[in-house]
Write a protein of this length. Sequence first.
Length: 564
Amino acid sequence: MTGPRKLPVLNRHSREITGEPSRVSARAMLHATGLSPEQLTYPQVGIASMWWEGNPCNMHLLDLAAEVKRGVAEAGLVPMRFNTIGVSDGISMGTRGMSYSLPSRDLIADSIETVVSAHFYDGLVCLPGCDKNMPGSLMAMGRLNRPALMVYGGTIRAGHLGDEAIDLVSTLEAYGERMAGRIDQERLDQVVQNACPGPGACGGMYTANTMASAAEALGMTLPYSSSTPATDPGKLDECRRAGARLRGLLEEDLRPREIMTRAAFQNAMVLVTALGGSTNAVLHLIAVAHAVGVELTLDDFQAVSDGTPYLADLKPSGRFLMEDLHRVGGVPAVMKLLLEAGLLDGSCPTVTGRTVAENLEALPGLAPGQGVIRPLEDPIRTTGHLQILRGSLAPEGAVAKITGKEGTRFAGPARVFDSEEDALAALEAGAIQGGEVLVIRYEGPRGGPGMPEMLTLTAAIMGAGLGASVALVTDGRFSGGSHGFVVGHISPEAQAGGAIALVRDGDPIRIDIEANRIEWEVSPEEREMRRAGWVEPPLKAETGALRRYIRTVASASEGCITDG
C-alpha cells in the first residue's frame, strides 16, 4: 500500500527570497508591489513581453501580457510582468539599423535570463512578436531550464488593395517595380499605405512565422499558437489558458531541456522544411540547441531537407499567408499530416503535458479541398528548399533557399560589392545585368556587423524583373521574405578573411544545388596571391553594443552564438 502522494514544491526558486529569514529587504520590496504575506508563499512567474509601440509585430503584446497575467493569477500563481527589447526588421531593413537585429536575439535572451535569475522566478511565460523575439525567448528558456512556455503574438492580417491581398514584402517589390518604370508613384504609395493593416508579425512564411512554427513543433507552445492571427479571439483565449498550463508544468516539474530534445529539434526542422520556412531558422535553431545542450549542425539541416518534401504554397514564393493556413487547419493540421506520414516523432513531450501524438490525436486535419498545403504525393518539391552548400567559396558552409522556381544551377561572372547599400545603388542606377552573380560581402556577423538581412535588395531585384536572371551570394543573411536564387551565410565571412573577401569582378562563380556546391573558379595560385595581399578592413563599430557583439559572436555556421 502506498502512502499519500507527496505534493511538489512549486516555489522552488522564489522561496530563496520569500522564505529565508535573512531576506527581509526582499520581502519588504515585494510587499510594496502589492503582495500579501500569504502571496509570498505562492510560486512566482515571470511574464516576459517583447512589447513596444513602434512595431506592429509587438505593439499589442502588452495587452496580451495582461491576459496572461490574469490567467496566471487565476491559477494561484504570482504574475510578474516585465518587458524586454526588440528590433523591427521591417523598419530597419536596408539601413545600418539592421546591424542591431541579430544581436537583439542574444540581448533578449540575456535580459530574460537576467531578470528571471536575479528575481528567482519559478516559471516563465514569454510573449514574442518580431523575428528575433522567438529564438531569444527559447534560448533564455533553455539556459534557465525552469518550467516555461511561449505564447506567440500572432501573425498580421493581409492588407488589401482592391481585391488584391498584399503584405510588407509587397511594398519592397513595388519599390523595385517603380525603379523599373513598371508602376507609377501613386500605385507605390497605395501599396505602402495599405500593406500592414494592424498588429501582428509579417504575414507570410517569413522569419517570425517560421520561428513560431518551429517553437510549436519543438513542443514549447500550446497547439495553434503559431498560426492563430494576432487579432483572432483565439489568441486571447490562448493567453488566458497559459496560466493554468504553467501551473501544470510547475506541478509536473517539466522543464525546457526535457522538451527541447534532439528528437524535438528534428521535428522542428521537418516542419520548417515542409512549410518552406526562412533560412534564418538554420541560425536560430542551432543557437537554441546550444542553449539546451543539444548538438545541431548544418549537416543536420541537409539531412532533413533530403528526406522532407516542401509542401506549403505560402509567401514569399507562394500565394498564401499564415492566416490562410490557420483557416484551413493551422500548424497542427500540417503536423498531423507529417506525423501520419512518419516524418515526425510523436513521442516527444510538449508543454501541454502530453506528447506530440497525443496533442494531435483529437485535432482536425487539413480542411477538404484546401490549396495551401500540397498533398504529400504531389509536393512543390520532393525535397526541401533549404540547401547547405560547401565549396571553395564557402568551405565552412552556406545556406541556399531554393523553392523550385529558380532552377538548381547558376553560373556567371561575379559582380562584387562591399556592402548592400552599394549593390542597391547599382540596381537603382540600372547597372546590374542579367547573368551576373552579385557578391555582397563584409556583411557577416563581425563584418556587418550583425549579419544584416537583405530583403530590400532581394525584393527590389524581383520587382525590377531580374529575379530569374541574377544570383546573389553573401556572408550576410536573407529575410524570410526573400526569394530568388539566393545563397547566404557564406562562411568564413569576409571580415575573417574567408574566400568571399578575395573575389573580384568577373571571377567565375558556379552554384550547383543538386551537388550542394558553390565554387569560386580561379586557380589555387591566384587565390593564394590574393590572400597574401588581403588586409582586414577596419571594424565598423569601435564602441558600444556592436563592438561587444563583434568580440563575442561565433560564425554563421555555428549559429552566431555569443556565449560559446
